[in-house]
Write a protein that binds this ligand. Structure first.
Ligand SMILES: [Zn+2]
Length: 131
C-alpha cells in the first residue's frame, strides 16, 4: 500500500505556498459556510480543495511553478502595501507629511513646532506650513 502510494506520488508536483494558501482559504470558507449556513461558501470550499489537490497531484511542474511564482509576487505586493500603510499611520502620530507644492515630493515634518518654513530637499522650493 505504502509502495503504491509512493509510486503514485512519483513525479507529482506536491505542496507549495499557493497550495497552502488555497487550503487555508478552503478552511476559512468552510468555517463561513458553517457559521452562515451558506451553500455558496460550502461549494467554494470544495472547489478550493479540489483545486489544491489538482495542483498537488499535477505532473505539469513548470505550469504549477509559474502559478506559484505569480502568487508569491502578488502576495508580496499585498503584504508590502499593508506594511507601508501601517508604517505611514504610525508616522502620522509624530510627523506631518506634506507634499512639496512644486515637485510633489513627500516631506516629513515633526509635529508641534508651530509655523515653520520648509524647504524641499529635492527642488529647494520653500513653503510655510504649520507643524
Ligand atoms: Zn520640491
Amino acid at each position: 500500500m505504502r509502495e503504491k502510494l509512493q509510486h503514485f506520488m512519483v513525479g507529482r508536483y506536491g505542496a507549495d505556498q499557493l497550495g497552502q494558501f488555497l487550503l487555508i482559504a478552503a478552511i476559512v470558507s468552510m468555517v463561513c459556510s458553517m457559521l452562515f449556513r451558506s451553500s455558496v461558501c460550502n461549494l467554494f470550499a470544495i472547489l478550493l480543495i479540489v483545486l489544491s489537490y489538482y495542483r498537488m497531484l499535477s505532473k505539469n511542474h513548470s505550469r504549477r511553478y509559474s502559478e506559484n511564482m505569480k502568487y508569491l509576487k502578488y502576495s508580496g505586493k499585498v503584504s508590502r502595501f499593508f506594511r507601508s500603510k501601517k508604517q505611514y499611520l504610525s508616522q502620522l502620530k509624530t510627523y506631518h507629511i506634506y507634499r512639496c507644492p512644486s515637485c510633489k515630493q513627500k516631506i516629513r515634518i515633526p509635529r508641534g513646532k508651530g509655523k515653520i518654513s520648509i524647504s524641499c530637499p529635492k527642488c529647494r522650493t520653500e513653503f510655510i506650513k504649520k507643524s
